[in-house]
Design a protein around this ligand. Structure first.
Ligand code: ATP
Length: 365
């Protein structure tokens, strides 16, 4: 198992700055996700790691060795693309063996490596099948076996599940995690799908306009976003503007038009002073209805402007006055339409109120 490190990697295409000083440290054996919207530089970064693109500035290290100028075939990385086109006229075995045959390895060695790769993706019984006769998920496994067969130390996956339907995506992301862990591979996985990243990753780096804007465990990037971009990109959230009244040890009290809120500072590098403007990020599922007699700090009072019932969850829109509408997700709802709740009180725990710098879309790590 090897580590991957990038130091201040930048890459431009004409006037487009695809990567802008990307520094990352990926642990040996880690399943690491690069997540971000279309055009943020994910594929470019993966191609730089594989050696298919050369950075204009900065360095790439594999296991501590600078490989910035080393060609792809000498890096022991395997890259699997979005469109993992298989050869339709070759059977499963020959599709997986193809790269090794090009290297003119001995037949017995090829057979052994192909068998091993097919076993890793649980397709050992399908070696002689035509790839056309396989399901989408099985074809995806063949593509994964083709990447594994060269015995890489790093597996680089670019939107590997984009060709699959929703149900297969769910199954295959667990499968990729299993294969990556059982094979002891350091894996970098590119996606724009937040749920895929949250459900599968050890750690996630979120890219925005060629820069890493935050990295950390799925729980940390979802629950403690450093800025407004990460807060809204990782999932639905409510933004409430306000001004800081008090701040001590990372805990802030913010005055808003809804009242005062106690919350946690999102970005550990932001040192605001009392009186500064702030933006609260509150996820819909963090807001809970409370009894009207409670007048807690972190309370929200308003009117139910609309409700939708989905069975396990109901979604409500609360009109809190002053032009503010908050989305609330209620788990296990007993009251489908919010009936009898025309006027509501709700509460949110301080740990679920994230205090952000207004306009902070791209602050440093
Ligand atoms: P997507 O999710 O849509 O695949 P991405 O996050 O992988 O996007 P990249 O493909 O890395 O983004 O592209 C980053 C930026 O660099 C984009 O603005 C893209 O248009 C540009 N770019 C990438 N490759 C080239 C190229 N070969 N020539 C010119 N511009 C490029």
């Amino acid at each position: 198992m090897i580590s991957i490190r990038t130091e201040s990697v930048s890459k431009s295409f004409g006037s487009t700055r695809a990567l802008d000083g990307v520094t990352l440290e990926i642990e040996p054996g880690e399943l690491f996700f690069l997540l971000g919207p279309s055009g943020c530089g994910k594929t470019t970064l993966l191609r730089v790691l594989a050696g298919f693109a050369t950075p204009d500035a900065g360095s790439v290290f594999l296991d501590g060795v600078d490989v910035t100028g080393v060609p792809p075939h000498r890096r022991r990385t395997a890259l699997m693309f979005q469109n993992y086109a298989l050869w339709p006229h070759l059977n499963v075995f020959r599709n997986v063996a193809f790269g090794l045959e090009q290297q003119k390895l001995p037949k017995t060695q090829i057979a052994a490596q192909v068998r091993h790769a097919l076993a890793a993706v649980r397709l050992e019984d399908c070696a002689q099948r035509s790839v056309d006769a396989l399901s989408g998920g099985q074809q995806q496994r063949v593509a994964l076996a083709r990447a594994l067969v060269v015995r890489p130390q790093c597996l680089l996956l670019d939107e590997p599940l984009s060709n699959l339907d929703a149900q297969l995506r769910l199954e295959m992301r667990h499968e990729i995690r299993r294969v990556s862990k059982e094979s002891g591979l350091t894996t970098v996985y590119v996606t724009h799908d937040q749920k895929e990243a949250l459900a599968t990753a050890d750690r996630i780096a979120i890219l925005h306009e060629g820069r890493v804007v935050q990295s950390g465990s799925p729980v940390s990037v979802y629950r403690l976003p450093h800025n407004a971009f990460v807060a809204s990109f990782m999932g639905e959230t409510n933004f409430v503007p306000g001004a800081l009244r008090q701040i001590a040890a990372g805990v802030a009290i913010v005055e808003t038009s809804l009242g005062a809120f106690r919350g946690r500072l999102g970005n550990p590098h932001w040192n605001p002073a009392p009186g500064e403007k702030a933006l609260l990020s509150i996820r819909p599922e963090a807001i809970e209805f409370a009894s009207p007699s409670e007048t807690p700090i972190n309370g929200i009072r308003g009117r139910v402007a609309g409700s939708l019932y989905f069975g396990e969850i109901a979604r409500h829109v609360i009109d809190a006055g002053d032009g503010l509408r908050l989305n609330v997700a209620e788990l296990n709802p007993s009251d489908a339409q919010g009936a009898g709740r025309k006027s509501v009180t709700a509460v949110v725990r301080a740990e679920d109120v994230i205090v952000l710098e207004p306009g902070s879309s791209c602050s440093a790590l």
